[in-house]
Design a protein around this ligand. Structure first.
Ligand code: S3P
Length: 448
């Protein structure tokens, strides 16, 4: 997204709200949505998707899949059909694949292109152009792809030529990252051999689950105390499989924390995915004393989901271990807001990966907290927040740096702070949660 005279930033202000109440359903999970379009493209025949997140990031992935030969139609709200050309039959895109703000879409699609004898150019907005891609390109070149052009430091725009016959590899990921793991697996799909990915800390497993759902032979076993070893047999016959996308726990986090910090609130958030590799925030909030309960637990589309009841709570600061980071990697901005309202100190350990998200999230969180008179400190890779025991002054203007989660987190802060909180730009919210404002207003939030 550009910001210039023709595309001005769009500030938004949040004001102290009365008790939030009611029920809501956040949009479909972003990770599952990207993967459903990609696997639908790699299967021959029609894949039906229900509950797809219609956020800008996912729509960019849909465009990229079309450029590789898929027919993708929107049948109704959240209801999509993908007709794939199938693994091994992708077309070379005629134009640049523009992923906008989407790290996940671009990185997963690099894996797809790397496993086919086609050349594609990858690009995106100012935020995506800053994000490190070497971590993806390194394993993909080991698998036989070639980087023909790249911007300084292995960044977009990147021209990538895929391998006609990707080599089977065993790859150990240098950081816990589902994007790296998924790129290697998606490339390995078209390899005549077996692709193995080892991660020393388990990251979200949506790619593995969905590959199995589409008929691939894939196994995942424990590796060391916290890791996994994933083995994929190449050249499977992927068959279309219906996908029902559960509500995104990373989006549910915003109304959830809002209900915790706005006095008197009680809400229910429906159909939220509670995959154990995504639930670090819930664990942490419960340790802080949050009143959260799970109702109507059920299986939906291969994932466990639940309706989450949340009531305003007195929170206490906690020490969040580094090992928990992969299961709540996108939730630190909103956890920092919860911590600002807690009593005592919250220390969040091992946050180096936050520096390479849509913004340098570690710095953006700290700057946003300080702008609202919350005491905090960055110590190495840890963030320490000293909470105001239910009280935060607010009154700040927060720089969002093209980062949707920074914008939504600080808007949530404004619902409970003494003075309004303004974010400098709300446009990026549409990348992951287009109806954020409307959904929050139905619960009682006040934005202007
Ligand atoms: C995602 C993986 C995570 C996460 C991102 C979505 C995915 O990134 O931050 O929002 O869908 O695979 P990393 O793999 O870089 O940790």
């Amino acid at each position: 997204m550009q910001t210039d005279a023709e595309h001005p930033a769009s500030p938004l202000r949040a004001s102290r709200a009365r008790a939030l109440s009611g029920r809501c359903r956040p949009p479909g999970d972003k990770s599952v949505s990207h993967r459903s379009l990609i696997l639908g493209t790699l299967a021959v025949g029609e894949t039906a998707i229900e509950g797809l997140l219609e956020g800008e990031d996912v729509l960019r992935t849909a465009e990229a899949c079309r450029a590789l030969g898929a027919r993708i139609d929107r049948l109704g709200p959240g209801s999509w059909s993908v007709r794939g050309p199938g693994l091994g039959s992708l077309l070379e895109p005629r134009e640049t694949l523009d992923f906008g703000n989407a790290g996940t879409g671009s990185r997963l699609m690099m894996g797809v292109v790397a496993g086919h004898p086609i050349t594609a150019r990858f690009d995106g907005d100012a935020s995506l152009r800053k994000r490190p891609m070497r971590r993806i390109l390194d394993p993909l070149t080991q698998q036989g792809a070639r980087v023909l052009e790249e911007a300084e430091g292995g960044r977009c725009p990147i021209l990538l030529r895929g391998a006609a016959e990707p080599l089977p590899v065993e790859y150990k990921t240098p950081v816990a990252s589902a994007q790296i793991k998924s790129a290697v697996l998606l490339c390995g799909l078209n390899s005549p051999g077996r692709t193995v990915v080892i991660e020393s800390e388990a990251s979200r497993d949506h790619t593995e689950k969905m590959l199995a759902h589409f008929g691939a032979r894939i196994a995942s076993e424990p590796f060391g105390p916290h890791g996994r070893k994933i083995t994929l047999e190449g050249r499977p016959e992927l068959r279309p499989a219906p996908v029902r996308v559960p509500a995104d726990p990373s989006s549910a986090a915003f109304p959830l924390v809002a209900a915790l910090i706005v006095p008197g609130s009680e809400i229910v958030i429906e159909g939220v995915m509670i995959n154990p590799l995504r639930n670090g925030l819930l664990t942490t909030l419960q340790e802080m004393g949050a009143r959260i309960s799970f109702e109507n637990r059920r299986a939906e589309g291969g994932e466990e989901v639940a309706d989450i009841r949340v009531a305003a709570s007195t929170l206490a600061g906690v020490d969040v271990p580094a090992e928990r980071a992969p299961s709540m990697i996108d939730e630190y901005p909103i956890l920092a807001v919860a911590a600002a309202f807690a009593g005592g100190e919250t220390r969040m350990r091992g946050l180096s990966e936050l520096r390479v998200k849509e913004s340098d999230r570690l710095e953006a969180i700290a700057a946003g907290l300080r702008a609202n008179a919350v005491e905090c400190e960055i110590s190495g890779d840890d963030l320490i927040v000293r909470g105001g025991t239910g009280r935060v002054s607010g009154g700040g203007v927060v720089e969002t740096h093209l980062d949707h989660r920074i914008a939504m987190s600080f808007l949530v802060m404004g619902l409970a702070a003494e003075q309004d909180v303004t974010v400098d730009d709300d446009r990026m919210i549409a990348t992951s949660f287009p109806d954020f404002r409307a959904l929050m207003e139905v619960l009682g939030a006040r934005f202007a």
